[in-house]
Write a protein that binds this ligand. Structure first.
Ligand code: HEC
Length: 159
């Protein structure tokens, strides 16, 4: 009897530690954290270098960003409160930045001027630039996005 309980207790400890490590890992890797000042500082550099040319030095987006251009494509939207970046979950923003606006986030064959950064930026750079972008949002937009992000994470877990 005794060795069995010891084994059980040991197993539980290993399980608990494993879960802890996993949830810690997720917090670092799958989240854009506007309160992480190191990430935000790194993200600002990544932004200036890779995103500002289209999304604007002050994240203001391109002129008339809601109207399609003559070629049918959309201009770059702002990343500050006046845009709709804060309507998307972290994971979706990450995928858009890494892969461009592609299915399943856009219809098949959708044409977009948003480049894919998979070849130019590391995953850490992408999380950093998203952290920087989030650091410019108002409390209201941050709270809104957090709700969207939470329900997205819940759905992703159930799949
Ligand atoms: C060559 C111009 C260009 C550059 C450079 C660029 N983008 Fe974009 N981006 C766009 C355009 C255009 C769109 C709108 C795409 C569409 O809806 O078809 C867009 C859309 C996005 C969206 C979706 C926003 C939303 O609310 O739907 C995100 C997120 C984004 N860009 C992030 C970035 C980040 C981060 C960088 C820098 C690492 C970057 N972009 C660099 C042109 C650019």
């Amino acid at each position: 009897m005794k060795p069995f309980f010891l084994l059980l207790a040991g197993g539980l400890v290993v399980f608990a530690l494993g879960t802890l490590a996993l949830s810690r890992g997720e917090a670092v890797l799958n989240r854009a954290d506007p309160e992480n000042t190191d990430q935000v500082a790194r993200g600002r550099l990544v932004y200036d270098e890779n995103c500002a040319s289209c999304h604007g030095a002050n994240l203001q987006g391109q002129l008339n960003w809601r109207e399609r251009k003559p070629d049918g494509r959309l201009p770059a939207p702002p990343h500050d409160d006046t845009g709709h970046t804060w309507h998307h979950a972290d994971e979706q923003l990450f995928r858009i930045t890494k892969n461009g606006v592609k299915p399943p986030l856009a219809p098949e064959g959708y044409e977009s001027d948003m480049p894919a950064f998979a070849e130019t930026l590391s995953d850490e750079d992408i999380w950093a630039v998203l952290s920087f972008i989030k650091s410019t949002w108002s409390m209201r937009s941050l709270a809104y996005q957090e709700r969207i992000d939470k329900s997205y994470r819940k759905q992703a877990k159930q799949k």
